[in-house]
Design a binder for this molecule. Structure first.
Ligand SMILES: Cc1cc2nc3c(=O)[nH]c(=O)nc-3n(C[C@H](O)[C@H](O)[C@H](O)COP(=O)(O)OP(=O)(O)OC[C@H]3O[C@@H](n4cnc5c(N)ncnc54)[C@H](O)[C@@H]3O)c2cc1C
Length: 314
């Protein structure tokens, strides 16, 4: 029996693992990989204390920090996915209840407390042609696929930070980048928007609803509807990068703890507690308003402070 199960190896899960080790809580950290979502980023410029770091290097430094402190207190179960979390009744007065995490591999881990730090993944595009052309011109990862479109006209769908960061990456080699945004105002940080808009090969189409991906074997264009006039137009592009938001990785927990309408775990922002005593959550899987690496790490630290005192009181 562990004191704590941490589910996730992004900034939230790793921060929690480091604090758990320092607090000498017998912990297992279960994650598909260490690093989290921004691992595909070319340059993260707001990880406090580091002016610029690639997502891959951030993942390496998170792993190095964890390895340096984990000793025999934090066991790593990597390459593993939690498929369900159950509550079980303990048999001694000191342990009336505990939690059991089942993994896709069939393994089972039990603990007194759980921190859910399972983050989020990309929202898929749900328009005509989106499924047909996935990996045939439609991509969800500019760092992985961007170079394939060198010298070509490409589109980015989404006007948040991820959309503009993707556009900036693509501008390094694409002939042109057209960013399609559903609203009149961009959601991305002003500095990121300014940087992208200053590039001569950058175009934006605002108030536009993508409606169809067209092509024969591969993508050749994107149709969209102007939300003001209702007119349908088409741009000729051979690559479409989708940055249409994220979905929380909460399938295994959504029926156990209270979640909001988008399946993000509801937390008490004072201490990261969920609706179930003994389960905490931190990072992008929660209904925290802002999702950033530093926030995910900080919220996990907050959770660990609370978990420590909760476990000591058991
Ligand atoms: C392209 C891109 C660029 C970004 N750039 C920045 C930036 O510059 N600055 C910034 O602050 N933020 C940036 N972000 C946002 C930032 O990456 C997130 O806010 C942050 O990663 C959230 O951390 P997290 O630990 O909550 O979750 P995640 O990073 O999503 O990590 C979740 C972890 O949980 C694991 N996991 C998921 N489900 C399961 C399961 N069922 N079982 C086991 N493990 C599971 C995953 O494998 C992963 O290890 C960017 C995001 C993207 C997509």
């Amino acid at each position: 029996m562990h004191d704590l199960i941490i589910i996730g190896g992004g900034p939230a899960g790793v921060a929690a693992g480091i604090y758990a080790a320092r607090k000498k809580l017998k912990t297992v950290l279960i994650a598909e990989e260490i690093g989290g979502q921004s691992v595909v980023s070319d340059g993260i410029e707001n990880w406090i204390g580091t002016p610029k770091i690639s997502g891959a290097d951030l993942a390496k430094s998170l792993r190095a920090h964890l390895d340096a402190v984990k000793n025999d207190m934090v066991e790593l179960a990597l390459g593993e996915r939690v498929v369900s979390l159950e509550t079980a009744s303990g048999e001694t007065p000191k342990l009336l209840r505990y939690f059991a995490a089942k993994l896709a591999s069939g393994k089972l881990f039990e603990a007194k407390a759980v921190l859910v730090a399972s983050g989020a993944g990309r929202r898929k595009l749900a328009i005509l042609g989106a499924e047909k052309f996935e990996n045939k011109g439609i991509s969800y990862c500019a760092s992985c696929d961007g170079l394939l479109f060198a010298g070509q006209d490409v589109a980015v769908i989404g006007g948040g930070n991820a959309g503009f960061e993707t556009a900036l990456q693509l501008l390094a080699y694409a002939k042109s980048v057209t960013l399609i945004h559903r609203h009149a105002e961009f959601k991305a940080d002003a500095t990121t928007v300014e940087k992208a808009l200053a590039h001569p090969n950058m175009r934006v189409i605002k108030n536009a609803e993508p409606i169809e991906i067209v092509g024969d074997k591969f993508v050749s264009g994107l149709k969209y509807k102007d939300k003001d006039s209702g007119e349908v137009a088409e741009i000729a592009v051979t690559g479409i990068f989708v940055e249409a938001g994220v979905l929380p990785n909460t399938d295994f927990i959504e029926k156990i703890v209270a979640c909001d309408e988008t399946k993000r775990v509801k937390i008490n922002p004072h201490n990261q507690r969920t609706s179930v005593d003994g389960i905490w959550a931190a990072g992008d899987c929660t209904d925290e308003l802002y999702h950033q690496n530093n926030i995910a790490a900080g919220d996990a630290v907050k959770a660990l402070e609370d978990i420590y005192f909760w476990i000591k009181k058991q």
